[in-house]
Unconditional design. Structure first.
Length: 589
């Protein structure tokens, strides 16, 4: 323990002297109010402390006490369904203790100490175990079985283990170490937030994280264990995209970090998630969600910690063998917190005032994603997928945060203000977005969905790219200058945009589309394009083909319930052939 005194206060930065025995990243308690902070720089006996609470009223000479431990999160039963702030303080428990406004210096443990959990052992006394082995389970919610693991650096033989109701601090098992000493095992573990949790092996991304959002799954898929960025200007729908992914992505656990965004957006999450039913289990979505709320009016420094707190919790569930999806909304606000602290530390600024280490810090965060083989003898597989929203000022993605992010991530969903103004949502621009996972996941789509998936996807992309070229011609010389096949191609592209890519997040059927239905929707548009193109050669006129009644059915197909799609698909294909044949006969006569 090292005790010093405040020398200087500059916003969230406190300079303390007499801290020679302290270490980098130690947690400290500042002043008699015991505000929580973290050492981020040391010069001789002077330590620069990043304080995670409001520092108004602090003055020189007040005490600074080091705890001697790094900033860590508490891991154990009680995480799911909780709402924490940026340094894992439980907001509901704080509200019950102090009222609606956050009070400085409040010390409430992250996980409830008095709550009892029913522990069921999965191994017997006498078995040898190593770090990462699962020794038992706790049913945390009706849909999440919380697996209790041996802490990572331990190895030995279980002397005793008993089933029963325990708090997270009570002993559930006794471990005899290799040196014959014994260690009490509890359900509570702690882990430093800036240190990634270890694993045996990282696997290559070969399977998609299915989201039910057509423009994502079909055109720009993200892998399980992959990383994606969602940059876009204000009002282009970043938060709704994040909410949709949190609701529908094929993940067992969702960790949602509201990092520096508006308070009302977190309120939407808090109001919506408990009411939403998880499509796979029928239970409330909150029963598999952890929320970290560090909104724009909360202390700036805590933003910087919030994404590390979130990803450490996510890694913990990944180690249990779950597929975890982490949403960070948004990393721009986190980078602004870095910039503010860097300025107060008087570091040499980089581009646009951001610190020179912005890129490496972002990389450290995103590199913690991945599909891995966890520690432990059973070799279970877990995945952590990270989706970070970026809010570039004025929507200009040439700014440093967007550029640093794009160098790291493999999926880029570029949100477009023009599409948003045209009410085309999700406003992901199909000409600028990309996914570098497509080729490695092609085999999965071919085997699991349909052998023609990749071929149909490539054709859809080609039609959309051709449309952008034809649009230039139309703007210059008008629609009449186009040939009949090109006009049909434009109609097919319009159908792809309006009937396939446009998706209503608030429609009970359209909000989520299975991969099978996505493939059938692609096939309907491509069938119309192929049949109409061959009908042109047989003498049909473009105007007649464009106005076929069946096109309305193709457009309405996305609202068909999943149990009726096969029949409807067959009916539309039949109607399409009949109507085109009738049109050709009519033209001939």
């Amino acid at each position: 323990m090292s005790n010093g005194t405040i020398k200087k206060v500059a916003g969230p930065l406190v300079i303390a002297e007499g801290m020679r025995d302290a270490n980098m990243f130690d947690v400290v308690r500042v002043s008699d109010q015991r505000l929580i902070g973290e050492i981020i720089e040391i010069h001789g006996d002077q330590a620069s402390v990043q304080v995670y609470e409001e520092t108004a009223g602090l003055g020189p000479g007040e005490p600074v006490e080091s705890t001697g431990a790094p900033l860590s999160v508490e891991l154990g039963p009680g995480l799911i369904g909780s709402i924490f702030d940026g340094i894992q303080r439980p907001l509901v428990a704080i509200m019950e203790a102090t009222g609606n406004n956050l009070v400085r210096g409040v010390e409430i443990p992250s996980l409830k100490r008095e709550a009892k959990w029913h522990f069921v052992p999965t191994i017997a006394a006498g078995e040898t175990v190593e770090g990462g082995d699962i020794i038992g389970t706790v049913l945390e919610t009706e849909i999440v079985s919380h697996k209790i693991m041996i802490p990572n650096n331990m190895r030995g033989t279980i002397k005793s283990i008993t089933e029963g109701d325990y708090t997270i601090e009570e002993t559930i098992a006794v471990l005899e170490n290799e040196d014959k000493t014994t260690t009490d095992i509890t359900m509570l573990q702690k882990w430093p937030i800036r240190l990634g949790r270890p694993y045996k092996e990282k696997l290559s991304p070969k399977m998609p994280l299915v989201t039910g959002q057509r423009v994502i799954d079909t055109l720009f898929p993200i892998a399980k264990g992959g990383v994606a960025a969602v940059p876009g200007p204000f009002g282009s729908g970043k938060t709704v995209v994040q909410h949709q992914l949190a609701k529908w992505a094929e993940a067992d656990i969702v960790v949602y970090i509201g990092c520096g965004e508006r308070g009302n957006e977190m309120t939407d999450v808090l109001n919506e998630f408990p009411e939403l039913k998880d499509p796979k289990t029928g239970h409330s979505l909150m029963e598999r969600t952890v929320l970290i709320a560090n909104t724009s009016d909360m202390p700036v420094a805590a933003r910087e910690a919030s994404i590390y707190v979130g990803i450490t919790i996510a890694e913990y569930f990944r180690d249990m063998g779950y597929s975890v999806a982490l949403m960070a909304d948004s990393t721009s606000r986190w980078a602004e917190a870095l910039r503010e602290m860097s300025g107060r530390l008087e570091e040499m600024p980089g581009e646009e005032g951001y610190p020179a280490y912005l890129g490496s810090r972002l990389a450290q965060f995103y590199e913690r994603a991945g599909r891995v083989i966890s520690l432990g003898k059973d070799g279970r597989e877990g995945a952590l997928s990270v989706i970070g929203a970026v809010s570039p000022p004025g929507g200009d993605i040439s700014e440093p945060v967007s550029q640093a992010t794009l160098r790291i991530v493999k999926v880029f969903w570029g949100l477009d203000a023009n599409l948003a103004y045209r009410r085309h949502f999700p406003a992901i621009n199909w000409l600028t977005s990309y996914s570098l996972y497509v080729d490695s996941m092609g085999k999965w789509f071919t085997d699991q969905v349909n052998e023609n998936w990749m071929k149909s996807r490539a054709r859809i992309m080609r039609i959309l790219h051709d449309e952008s070229e034809l649009d230039e011609i139309v703007k210059l010389v008008g629609m009449d200058a186009l040939s009949a096949p090109d006009r049909i191609k434009l109609e097919a592209a319009r159908s792809i945009r309006e009937d396939f890519l446009h998706q209503d997040a608030f429609h009970e059927v359209d909000t989520y589309t299975s991969l099978d239905k996505q493939f059938k929707m692609m096939e309907l548009v491509l069938n119309f394009f192929d049949i109409a193109s061959s009908a042109l050669e047989k003498g049909a006129k473009v105007d007649g083909l464009v106005k076929l009644p069946v096109r309305e059915k193709i457009g309405r197909f996305k609202y068909i319930a999943s149990n009726k799609i096969d029949q409807e698909y067959q009916d539309i294909i039949k109607s399409l052939n009949i109507e085109v044949e009738e049109l050709i006969k009519k033209e001939e006569s």
